[in-house]
Design a protein around this ligand. Structure first.
Ligand code: PMP
Length: 356
């Protein structure tokens, strides 16, 4: 029997799953992780905290993750309270819960592509219709066109990734405000990479007090260097959080996940201490790629989109043959490289010179 023989939903037939290759190579620069592993001190603290919890694993976790949400609210600042913060297994699950509560059959979500590939996948996975709007050739969003698309389609959910994946483009607050003014549904600003933004790129968190239908999503997978923990979160009006309680599975966030995330938050000075280094490395990578005559999108994230290669697959494969895994994603002719350690980026530069 194969997949097509199963009585799966018609709208899932012929679809391909999300699939960043997980290949074991010396230099992995393909999924925008933070390359720095936790310190021995953090590992010890985490092991100790898990040990303290282990004796109670016969009990379900705190269903509402209250202590963790309080810690996340304190980390975010902006006067946010625990009731305004929600957490789940990665921001992908947060996004899915938003779609479950605000999307669904007969409803629509709009996004400005190229953008994060999981937005349309989570949208269609919840039987919500995806509406594809587009970005300008420099990957910015034209506020006038965005407002026109929202007025035309009247979507229930608007996605704005800022900084955007895979382009690295951050949205000016004015664009987000224009979208909020035009939208009748919820507006999700996906800030998975917010901590990597350049000076002067403010977070949409500042807009929350005036905009009750704004949802800002974040993750501990990137700057926080905790991708393996699977912890994403959001900040929004308390009523939005109440809506998500209607769709979340009971006890969705395990005791171990909540514990690990709280330990990581206690160690945030160490974990976020790598962000400045990664931003420097990113800016150097942008400058180096440009010095090679390549086109490079300005980046506020921990990755860089560069091109253009008439045969990008050949370049991707050439790098892989040299032990460097990057990502074949985004518009045709472009490739994306995640920012690694100084040594990893030196290996990337040497490999790319070999390929070119
Ligand atoms: N949003 C964006 C824009 C991303 O790039 C990613 C990760 N690739 C996510 C959300 C999801 O991250 P996670 O589920 O690990 O929090």
């Amino acid at each position: 029997m194969n997949l097509d023989d199963l009585p799966i939903r018609d709208d899932l037939r012929g679809k391909t799953p999300y699939g960043a290759p997980q290949i074991d190579v010396p230099v992995r620069l393909n999924t925008n992780e933070n390359p720095y592993p936790p310190s021995p001190r953090l590992v010890d603290d985490l092991a100790e905290a898990v040990r303290a919890q282990a004796g109670e694993l016969n009990r379900y976790p705190d269903r509402d993750a209250t202590a963790l949400r309080a810690d996340l609210a304190a980390y975010l600042g902006h006067g946010l309270a625990t009731e305004q913060v929600w957490a789940a297994n990665g921001s992908n699950e947060v996004l899915q819960q938003i779609l479950q509560a605000f999307g669904g059959h007969g409803r629509t979500a709009i996004g400005f592509e190229p953008s994060y590939s999981m937005h349309p996948i989570i949208t269609s996975g919840t039987s919500t219709e995806w509406i594809q709007a587009s970005r300008e050739s420099d990957f910015s969003i034209d506020p006038g066109k965005a407002v026109a698309a929202i007025e035309e389609h009247r979507p229930d959910i608007v996605f704005l990734a800022s900084p955007n994946n895979p382009t690295g483009t951050a949205q000016p607050l004015a664009t987000i405000e224009a979208v909020l003014a035009a939208a009748h549904g919820v507006v999700v600003v996906d800030e998975a990479y917010a901590e990597f933004a350049r000076e002067g790129t403010p977070s949409a968190l500042t807009l929350l007090p005036a905009h009750p239908r704004l949802i800002v999503t974040r993750t501990m997978s990137k700057a926080f260097a905790m991708a393996g923990t699977r912890l994403g979160y959001l900040a929004a009006h308390p009523a939005v959080v109440q809506a998500l309680l209607l769709v979340r599975l009971p006890y969705h966030l395990s005791t171990l996940t909540q514990t690990a995330a709280r330990v990581a938050l206690r160690h945030r000075a160490e974990l976020l201490g790598t962000v400045d280094e990664l931003r420097r490395e990113r800016d150097d990578t942008v400058a180096w790629l440009r010095s090679k005559g390549l086109r490079v999108a300005d980046s506020d994230a921990n990755f860089v989109l560069f091109g253009r290669f008439p045969d990008r697959r050949a370049v991707w494969e050439g790098l892989l043959e040299r032990g460097v895994l990057i990502r074949e994603v985004g518009p045709p002719e472009w490739l994306r490289v995640s920012i690694g350690t100084g040594e990893e980026m030196a290996a990337f530069r040497a490999a790319l010179e070999g390929v070119l």
